[in-house]
Ligand binder design. Sequence first.
Ligand code: ATP
Length: 366
Amino acid sequence: MNAHTVTLANVLTIQKLSKKFGERFAVNQASWSAQSGQIICLLGHSGCGKTTMLRLIAGLETPTEGSIQLERKVLWDPYQQVQAEERNIGFVFQDYALFPHLSVLENVMFGLKKIPKHERQSIAENALKHVSMSHHIHSYPHTLSGGEQQRVALARALAPKPHVLLMDEPFSNLDHRLRDQIRQSTIEILKQTSTTTIIVTHDPEEALQIADQIILMHQGKIIQSGTPKQLYFQPKTLFAARYFSDLNEIKTQIQDQQLHTIFGNIDIPKHLTSNNEIRCYFRPHQLRVNRIKTENSLAAKIISSNFLGYSQLLKLKIEAEDKVLSAYVEYSQHYDQADTVYLSLDLSQCFFYEANDSIETHQSPT
Ligand SMILES: Nc1ncnc2c1ncn2[C@@H]1O[C@H](COP(=O)(O)OP(=O)(O)OP(=O)(O)O)[C@@H](O)[C@H]1O
């Protein structure tokens, strides 16, 4: 193996995992893996099966089929099962689930039952020091802010040095200003301790910011997995593209082995082989807005403008077409409603899908 191809071992391996409640699949044939020290985000809309996936890994739900493996040990398959308390997996619940009648220190010590009594206190104190909560060891949970409770829950989950840490929407109960700060410090702690962590979130920006790998789910199935940049820049389906931002859509026509659009022509992407109509999609910030006409640019009128602080969202009506597009531009450029501007687009950065795109089948260029 050469020095540049070091591969990390899989810590967690999920294969064809399914969970049915009645006739409905909450998780449907999901396969993915986490490598040592990685932060994985399970991302998707409400009800897509993220929490069920965490609970299956923790041993709080029993799978219908498939397998879960921690390093070389099978945690669950149809023939072998390891009980939840024997899995050495930490869990931070959405509401933190601290015991109200125990102090902060006692809450953290509670997770250390397997460790000799005389060592528990110093390990718990150390874990609390790590999350900067030493000054609160004798406080009770109800006297702490949401952010402080989150840090105690993190210390309690990390103190037993779990093989894998599971966190269910850990930042969603924090107010907006605190969220960024707590998220940042949590990620620093997870990276310092090289803790392999699976975080559930429905927030695409959060996943892009913190994940080494994103697993995007819809109706129990994995739609796409990969690095944040792969999901954002090379979404394989319209669903994946749309999860991360609004999209503009324009029509294309096939002529002479090329796709013709109002912004110019491009070779037909190789992955598109059927005869269905192909549509071109792009994010609002991809549309270039200019005051001066350039080659291949289209005249458009600004029909509305929304101030967003640093940027501005423009709705633009193309003059020669019955088409309205959206664009983000820097506010400092001071575009106003009714201004005429010129639009251009780099087609090589756009996504192309068939018009009747189903969620799982059609791919964009990679
Ligand atoms: N114990 C249960 N009994 C029956 N159905 C369940 C049970 N738990 C979850 N479900 C169903 O399984 C599906 C997936 O639920 P799950 O909680 O895993 O989704 P989620 O993506 O975590 O959603 P949210 O973000 O809203 O928490 C939903 O349709 C839900 O109603």
